[in-house]
Write a protein that binds this ligand. Structure first.
Ligand code: SF4
Length: 337
């Protein structure tokens, strides 16, 4: 790219409503990137959702529009970014097919995130299909189609970017230079744990959702797991062992967070007091998002997705023309960017 702006690609599987983990570890980073003026493509990964939700596929579209309305409520802007559905830009499937031809099976068999993902969705049988086995190739196609040079990810997803880099490098070597090698943009957000101490996830039923009513949020916080070594109010605790403290890390202002750590370690207050402080900081943020959510309609979201589809398609079709020109020796190469 000619200036200091990145071309960013990121996406989410539409598997249900969003929780505070999504807000703090993904959406706020997207917002920052778009507000800094980088060229951002944010996709609803509905084809990826199909790899696990194929037996209940009708809900994918519903989940997708719901999820996009939450993106908008959080501040992801259709004016600044291309927001679109993966399945509505067929070039993703086309590039996936071509990349599939140069993907060694061993690369997919060694995919280190496979086991973790199976554990999270809780069913190996559900993902015993070719689509799921080859999802890193589709993910690579998503990234390379937009010639993204930065992909915001958590540490655990770095292997996926490495697969995309391997495939880009191999394609460029065999057919000719098309793809920049994408790099991970490491998100510096702490891992957010759910109410049972495991990673916050819909599958574990341990999450606080952006759409939860405030009473429900208070109830969830009330029973949130804390430092289990702190048996009584008089025992000092350790915030780094406490799942609830992972929420303080992302919602509580720095000074107050230091105060919480001190009070916990010196048994200066009990976990109930600590939870009240968290609610005081977390609830207004969620209320603000919920107010925005009330302003978005299904029609509005569908219009946004259509506009985003056009923007994404314009870029993606040029890349595919370039790819086909090199792979098949076609002469109608339309663009060189
Ligand atoms: S005082 Fe707060 S940080 Fe310490 S264990 Fe209790 S809930 Fe966790």
């Amino acid at each position: 790219m000619s200036d200091n702006r990145y071309r960013v690609l990121s996406g989410m599987r539409p598997t249900g409503k969003l929780h505070v983990g999504h807000l703090k570890s993904v959406l706020e980073i997207w917002k920052k990137l778009q507000d800094e003026g980088h060229t951002c493509f944010f996709l609803v990964a509905d084809l990826h959702a199909l790899t696990t939700e194929w037996n209940d596929s009708k809900k994918i579209y519903e989940n997708s529009t719901e999820m996009v309305s939450e993106w908008i409520a959080v501040g992801i802007s259709p004016e600044k970014s291309a927001i679109f559905m993966q399945s509505q830009v067929p070039e993703h499937a086309e590039l996936f097919t071509i990349l599939g031809m140069i993907t060694p099976l061993g690369l997919l068999e060694r995919n280190p995130t496979y086991k973790e993902f199976v554990q999270e969705i809780g069913s190996e049988e559900k993902v015993a299909n070719l689509g799921f086995f080859s999802y890193p190739v589709l993910q690579s196609a998503d990234i390379l189609l937009y010639k993204a040079n930065k992909v915001p990810v958590g540490k655990d997803q770095i292997p996926h970017i490495e697969i995309a880099r391997d495939l880009a490098e191999k394609f460029n070597r065999i057919f000719g230079e098309v793809f920049p090698l994408p790099e991970p943009l490491l998100a510096e957000t702490p891992k957010i744990l759910g109410s049972d101490g495991r990673k916050m996830s819909k599958s574990y039923n341990n999450a606080i959702y952006l759409s939860d009513n405030i009473k429900l949020i208070e109830e969830k916080v009330k029973i949130y797991m804390t430092d289990t070594a702190r048996k009584t109010r008089k025992d000092p605790g350790e915030p780094e062992r406490c799942p609830l403290f992972t929420l303080h890390k992302v919602f509580t202002p720095e000074e107050e967070k230091k105060h919480v750590e001190l009070m916990c370690r010196t048994a200066g207050f009990g976990c109930l007091d600590c939870k009240k402080i968290l609610l005081k900081n977390m609830v207004p943020e969620i209320e603000k998002i919920q107010d925005e959510l009330k302003k978005t309609s299904r029609e509005m979201v569908e219009d946004i997705l259509e506009e985003g589809r056009k923007k994404a398609k314009e870029f993606a079709s040029k890349t595919i023309e370039e790819v086909k020109a090199l792979v098949f020796g076609r002469k109608n190469e339309k663009s060189k960017r």
